[in-house]
Design a protein around this ligand. Structure first.
Ligand code: R5P
Length: 293
């Protein structure tokens, strides 16, 4: 029967249209609850499936490190170009305007400084405060192979349990001790342990040899940590390679805020992550934007 001849009631109830159930675009996240998925969608752009996380949480163990001396002056101009801010509750409450649309990944582990053994961390934020701050995820440092390996892994599993109760994902941040080998075997081990124990997504450093094996055998999304400052072209190349080798985004700090032109750099990183821009083109963009800054 043509549409306009349908009884009014059949039209309103759309009885001939099956309700569609949307799949979920993030690896390994299809079985999460609605709130978790909604928060993950606030971190990972649904169009690209990727994220540019701006990491500015270094002060929690390093104090006012280079580039983060004045977050209000130097970091706020970068915020519009990030999908997500990764930071502590102290900086969030004191400096970040509550009107920002970027999602918040809250650093929830801590308790040590660069003056002592870094792996000796505890959970340093209560779930109630994470909820109060409208966190989209909670970040916990995990030192696989470190002196306090067990303690940091159980910090993470506790946060996974507590966060799951309230629909807040946990980001496991794989931290590598100074004397440890940063190779594919190590990162496969560390990221897989975090995923097996419930982390919803995982931050890993990039390695030139075998990064694609790290992303392929980790059942949840991996974001690439930036690491220490390197030349802009090299940082863009590293981000490009990580994305092409399966990373679902970057969680970058020093290579953005310690750049000679941070506002230009974050836009170049954004182009690599969301538009698959090559390192050459992204570096051209960086240079052009740098001139305009
Ligand atoms: C360090 O422990 C923090 O978690 C940083 O967020 C992380 O290292 C990423 O920042 P960067 O790109 O500077 O390494």
């Amino acid at each position: 029967m043509p549409d306009d001849q349908k009884p009014k009631e059949a039209k309103e109830f759309c009885t001939d249209i099956l309700q569609e159930t949307e799949g979920f675009y993030l690896k390994g996240c299809g079985s999460l609850d609605w709130g978790m998925k909604n928060r993950m969608a606030g971190i990972f752009n649904p169009d690209s499936g990727r994220t540019v996380m701006l990491a500015i949480d270094h002060g929690y163990f390093q104090g006012p490190t280079s580039g983060l001396e004045r977050v209000d002056v130097n970091i706020l101009p970068l915020v519009p170009y990030a999908d997500t801010l990764m930071l502590t509750r102290g900086i969030l409450r004191s400096i970040i305007p509550p009107s920002v649309s970027q999602s918040i990944v809250l650093r929830v582990s801590g308790g040590t400084s660069i003056l002592k053994e870094l792996s000796n961390e505890d959970l340093a934020v209560d779930i109630e405060d994470a909820i109060r701050l409208n966190a989209s995820a909670m970040a916990v440092q995990v030192f696989v192979g470190g002196e306090h390996e067990r303690q940091t892994i159980t910090n993470m599993t506790k946060m996974v349990d507590i966060g799951t109760r309230y629909g807040i994902p946990t980001l496991a941040v794989t931290a590598v001790g100074k004397d440890m080998e940063r190779d594919a075997r190590y990162f496969r081990l560390a990221t897989r342990i975090c995923a097996e124990l419930g982390a919803h997504y995982i931050k890993s450093y990039y390695i030139e040899d075998g990064f694609e094996t790290v992303t392929s055998c980790c059942p949840v999304p991996i974001v690439m940590a930036g690491g220490k400052k390197i030349p802009e072209y090299d940082a863009l190349t590293m981000a490009y390679n990580a994305i092409q080798e399966g990373a679902a985004g970057v969680d970058m700090g020093r290579n953005i805020f310690q750049s000679e032109a941070p506002v230009a750099m974050i836009q170049a990183v954004n182009a690599v992550v969301h538009k698959n821009e090559t390192p050459d083109k992204a570096y051209e963009l960086f240079k052009t934007l740098k001139e305009e800054c």
